[in-house]
Design a protein around this ligand. Structure first.
Ligand SMILES: N[C@@H](CCC(=O)N[C@@H](CS)C(=O)NCC(=O)O)C(=O)O
Length: 227
């Protein structure tokens, strides 16, 4: 099969875009990338994107949306697979990929929380979710031990949020999850995960947090005031 011409429509901070970039890198797939401003999306993007969301993958002239669908497609059109072969293991991997998206929703709830109580509730929910993963994680370094897979592509961007949040406040959500901590460290070192964002991503994410008008924004201001 001829590899189609691929163009990924992206946003610099989007964790769903990052999973696609990680997959493209892991499978060494040639592509173009275009970043758009989601606060002022271009007309052509509104025309092609059914939900107005990134990522969108242009496959020749066809439009593909939904990050997990995109990465499954990329996996299928390139040699090898970022899924385990066994049908049940593959299905379970897909379930944990969905779980990763649920965690992203909770993270959004955390950085948008307007008050301390809601912020703490989101932290408790995240801690519980990571405990659920701790309970099923085998020995690493990755989700499927030595094999880097699509679940890793989903969780690299999840953990990356905490590289910035940890510098603002001690969230302690991984304290009771040593296997998750080791997984996070392994993903941090993976070149595809490192290269899935622009070099000033931490500064851009901090700026985004500052604009939330949320409890996390208050914590950032308190930290700057304390010097
Ligand atoms: N379920 C979608 C979620 C994508 C998503 O939420 N993208 C965000 C940026 S990270 C977006 O484009 N938001 C724009 C909007 O909701 O208007 C996927 O997996 O691709």
């Amino acid at each position: 099969m001829d590899t189609p011409k691929l163009k990924l429509i992206s946003h610099v901070l989007c964790p769903y875009v990052q999973r696609v970039r990680i997959t493209l890198h892991e499978k060494n797939i040639a592509h173009e990338i275009e970043f758009i401003d989601l606060s002022d999306p271009p007309e052509w993007f509104k025309d092609i994107s059914p939900l107005g969301k990134v990522p969108v993958l242009l496959v020749d002239d066809e439009v593909l949306f939904e990050s997990n669908v995109i990465i499954e497609y990329l996996d299928e059109i390139s040699p090898g697979s970022l899924h385990p072969h066994n049908a049940l293991s593959k299905a379970k991997n897909r379930a944990w990929m969905e779980f990763g998206s649920e965690i992203l929703d909770t993270i959004a709830g955390l950085y948008n929380a307007k008050d301390k109580i809601t912020f703490e509730e989101k932290l408790t929910s995240l801690e519980q979710k990571f405990k659920s993963i701790e309970a099923i994680l085998a020995d690493g370094p990755y989700f499927n031990q030595k094999m880097f897979s699509m679940v890793d592509a989903v969780f690299g961007p999840v953990f990356r949020y905490f590289d910035v949040i940890d510098k603002i406040t001690d969230v302690r959500i991984f304290s009771a999850a040593p296997k998750v901590r080791a997984w996070r460290n392994a993903l941090q070192k993976r070149p595809s995960v490192q290269q899935a964002v622009v070099s000033d991503y931490p500064q851009l994410l901090l700026k985004f947090f500052k604009q939330r008008n949320s409890y996390l924004t208050e914590l950032i201001h308190q930290q700057s005031a304390a010097g």
